[in-house]
Write a protein that binds this ligand. Structure first.
Ligand code: ZN
Length: 249
């Protein structure tokens, strides 16, 4: 089975389209949440991902945008974007977001999907220090998570602990980097953000999990940033949201 793992799409239709085109044919699509918020095309993004995703978990922005939780704790830009998204979403899409399960959700025999940490949906896993306890306590060998918008992995192989940021190399279909995930090893894996990368690389991030090859491949693909910026400006969302997309911050 080949699963396409996406996270933090954040209403960026142009980035999602580029990711789906690059991923090609897959057996499953796992969506780790923050499907909306920030970007100018929340309804179009849901229309595209909803029929494809075999697993969805909710993100903190999804909760605020559909009115499940308040925007207290959000910075002013995020709060304004959530307010706009709430008004823009169709009643049907609001309902879909409200019913989205909280992570972690079992996705396959060996893998779970979460938005933040497998131990708490809103926790950020930034460093090995944050990854240490969830790596030992999670109920499957692999947990895919998002929330930080930074692509990479934290792994435990016997007594070795390793933090990995992808070192991409050029392939015929774009820049990729892989990690091996043989049975008996444990991994927290962030596929990166589709719609608002924050690791200084503006290109859309995602991952492909192949459970037969026991391999996870990180991808970066260019997309129509100008189109995404135009959607943000047409929606009269804060200009800074358009600026961040160009620099991956
Ligand atoms: Zn996010």
């Amino acid at each position: 089975m080949r699963a396409l793992v996406v996270s933090d799409i954040h209403g960026n239709l142009q980035a999602l389209e580029a990711v789906l085109a690059a991923a090609g044919e897959v057996d499953a699509v796992w969506n780790l949440g923050d499907t909306v918020g920030y970007g100018g095309n929340p309804n179009e993004v849901i229309a595209l991902i909803r029929p494809l995703a075999t697993v969805n978990v909710r993100g903190n922005h999804d909760r605020v945008c559909c009115g499940l939780t308040s925007s207290q704790g959000f910075n002013p830009v995020a709060a304004e974007a959530a307010k706009w998204t709430n008004r823009a979403l169709t009643p049907e899409n609001l309902e879909w977001l409200r019913e989205m399960p909280k992570g972690p959700v079992l996705a396959s025999e060996r893998a779970m999907c979460a938005h933040g940490s497998p131990l708490h949906e809103d926790h950020y896993i930034v460093s090995m220090r944050d990854a240490w306890t969830p790596l030992q306590r999670m109920e499957t060998e692999i947990t895919f998570f998002g929330h930080t918008h930074v692509q990479g992995s934290f792994s435990q192989r016997e007594h070795e602990w390793e933090e990995d940021r992808p070192q991409y190399s050029e392939t015929h279909s774009g820049q990729q980097a892989s990690i091996e995930v043989p049975v008996g090893t444990r991994h927290l894996v962030n596929p990166g953000s589709v719609g608002q990368p924050r690791d200084g690389d503006w290109r859309a991030g995602f991952a492909i999990y192949d459970d037969v090859l026991e391999r996870i491949t990180f991808w970066r693909v260019p997309y129509d940033v100008e189109g995404a910026q135009e959607a943000i400006r047409n929606a009269a969302l804060p200009e800074r949201l358009a600026g961040w997309l160009a620099v991956g911050r």
